[in-house]
Structures are given as C-alpha cells and as structure tokens.
Design a protein around this ligand. Sequence first.
Ligand SMILES: Cc1cc2nc3c(=O)[nH]c(=O)nc-3n(C[C@H](O)[C@H](O)[C@H](O)COP(=O)(O)OP(=O)(O)OC[C@H]3O[C@@H](n4cnc5c(N)ncnc54)[C@H](O)[C@@H]3O)c2cc1C
Ligand SMILES: NC(=O)c1ccc[n+]([C@@H]2O[C@H](COP(=O)([O-])OP(=O)(O)OC[C@H]3O[C@@H](n4cnc5c(N)ncnc54)[C@H](OP(=O)(O)O)[C@@H]3O)[C@@H](O)[C@H]2O)c1
Length: 283
Amino acid sequence: MLKIDSQTNVRDRSQVQPLNARVIDRQDLTERLTILRISYESGDTLPFKAGQFVKLGIVADNDLGNNYSLSSIVPKRNQMVQRAYSICSSPAQTGYLEFLIDLVPHGNLTPKLWRLNKGDRLWMEPRARGKFTLDGIEEHQNIFMVCTGTGIAPFISMLSQYVSKERWNRLVLVHGARNFKHLAYYDEILALAQENISISYIPLLSREPDDSDWQGCRGRVQRLFHKDEIEQITNVKLNPERSHAYICGNTNMIKTMTDLLGNWNFTKGSNSKPGNIHSERYW
Ligand SMILES: Cc1cc2nc3c(=O)[nH]c(=O)nc-3n(C[C@H](O)[C@H](O)[C@H](O)COP(=O)(O)OP(=O)(O)OC[C@H]3O[C@@H](n4cnc5c(N)ncnc54)[C@H](O)[C@@H]3O)c2cc1C
Ligand SMILES: NC(=O)c1ccc[n+]([C@@H]2O[C@H](COP(=O)([O-])OP(=O)(O)OC[C@H]3O[C@@H](n4cnc5c(N)ncnc54)[C@H](OP(=O)(O)O)[C@@H]3O)[C@@H](O)[C@H]2O)c1
C-alpha cells in the first residue's frame, strides 16, 4: 500500500519512480527566485496543456549535508519529497520543461531544490496534471489573468502557446510582486505586449522604494478591481458575458479577487455549472 506522510507528502521510495531527470539550466533571478530547466534523462518530451503542472521530487535524506551532489545519490530505501510546480515553458518546446520557483526557507522541498546545479538529478513526474487551462473557453473572449509572485508561471506558458493564434479578444495580465527584481519574465512579457495590441500587461510593485526608477503601478493587484481602474487603464470592460478571469498564486489573494470579481457578476464554476472565475492555489 502507498504510504503518504500527510505533513510532508513524503512517499515510500519503493512506490516512487527513480530519479529520472536532470537540471539542464539554472538562472537565479534573486537569492530566493530561480528559473530551472529540467529534462527527462530518456530524452522524452512531456505532452501537456499550457497551465498544467507536474510534481518535482528529491530524495529526502536529512544526512546529506550542504555540499553533496545529487548526481552521487543512489536511492535505496530513501524517501522522496514531492511538490507541484506549474510549467512555464510552451507545450511546443521540446527537450525540457521550465519552472519558476520560490525558495521557502523552512520548506521541505525547496531548500533541497536550491542546492541543485546544472547536471544534478531529480525526479520529474512523467505526466502533467491540472485543469487551469484555456480548454473549454470560447475563442475571442476577454481574459483577465491575475497573479502574485510565482503565480505568473502558468500564464507564461499560456502566452507562449496562444499569442500567435488569436485565442482571445483582449488579454489583460496583472502581476503583483514585491520589488522590480521579483517581476520574473518582465522583459519578455513587455516585448509581447508591445508587439501585440491585444495584450495589456500591468505589473504592480508593493514594496519598491519610493525613490526608485519604477514608473508603473504600485500596491496589491486587487486595488485595480475595487472600482473600474482596470477598465480605465486597459480599456477592456469587466463584462462577465464576454470575459474569463484566471487567478493564480496565494490563497488570500485568490479569495479577495474572487470576492471582488463577484461584485462585477463573475462567478466561480461548480461541477454542475461552468463559471468564469478559474483559480489555481499554490498554498
Ligand atoms: C498546482 C500547484 C502549482 C504550483 N506551482 C508553483 C510554482 O510554479 N512555483 C513555486 O514556487 N511554487 C509552486 N507551487 C507551490 C509548491 O508546490 C510548494 O508548495 C512550494 O515550493 C513550497 O514547497 P516546500 O516543500 O519547500 O515547502 P512546504 O514544506 O510545502 O511548505 C511550508 C509552508 O510554506 C508555505 N508555502 C508553500 N508554498 C509557498 C510559496 N510558494 N510561497 C510562500 N509560502 C509557501 C505554506 O504555508 C506551507 O505550509 C505550486 C503549488 C501547486 C498546488
Ligand atoms: N524575505 C524576503 O526577502 C522575501 C522575498 C520574496 C519572497 N519572500 C517569501 O517568499 C514567499 C513567496 O513569495 P512570493 O513572491 O510568492 O510572495 P510575496 O513576495 O509574499 O508577495 C508577492 C506579491 O503578492 C502580494 N500579496 C501578498 N499577500 C497578498 C494578498 N493577500 N492579496 C494580494 N496580494 C498579496 C505582496 O504584497 P505585499 O508586499 O503587500 O505583501 C506582493 O506584492 C513568501 O512566503 C514570502 O514571505 C521573502
């Protein structure tokens, strides 16, 4: 029987596939935020839909110390710690998956992930999961994507997949971060928005010093939805008949945004009735 520790989601190793993947690239954006590219050792490319996630896993061994290389681990009766990560790369990308990962200093997995360097091995789930996709959404709707921190990840994949396909009428991407250095993919998204008139990109910073060069919006993402500020900035109406909202990141932000969008007559779906608020909770 599969044994799962409810606190740490550690699975008995005998039930888990062996280390099957390697880090092929690592780009640290800050000391707590990194972009990892990971490939299956088999060379396989995983089929997935933009917005989905896979689990990453590392052998949980408290005696590894700080300076070990995961390449040297031969898993025997060790255990695996696994966590879900949204895929940032496009489904059209072959050879690797890309992830944007935040270090939770006292977390079970991320401090171990942080020790990985190019070439180090880990486990990457061989199937993609999740329903946070544009599947089932009619063409040419207005789509509001709202996220904080690493919650931008699934939207990067969606942008890559759909930008050239006229999948939406207007796309509004609102990303809340503490400081400018936490705005992952800023240059790439800005370039897409400049090339595509259908895309409005609204980054907001909550803790950027007053005397910095930042000329953009400040505060938390929800402040744009209290009244019609988002409509004023983007010229896209919060019309529930023609719009869908996708919200990703921390639970409290998702709850606040869901309540606010309710004031604009957006509704969360249920099994019996589809809605136009879609959300992915990271914790
Ligand atoms: C569908 C899905 C997709 C996800 N995608 C991403 C992603 O793309 N990038 C990413 O960095 N994380 C993502 N997460 C979160 C990720 O799965 C882990 O929870 C996170 O990396 C922390 O793992 P940990 O084992 O280090 O900490 P844990 O031991 O699991 O967590 C310790 C505590 O830290 C808090 N916590 C958990 N995650 C975070 C976080 N990201 N920021 C702040 N506090 C947190 C929680 O209160 C938790 O109880 C996703 C989660 C889900 C469910
Ligand atoms: N110590 C550090 O230097 C440092 C740096 C980055 C991240 N972290 C930690 O790393 C974890 C994840 O980081 P993260 O980047 O995903 O998140 P984060 O840095 O905590 O927050 C990202 C953005 O979300 C905002 N936010 C937080 N709670 C919100 C809410 N309830 N509603 C709306 N917006 C909200 C933040 O605003 P506010 O600034 O107003 O909170 C910030 O603009 C957190 O646990 C964080 O504490 C620490």
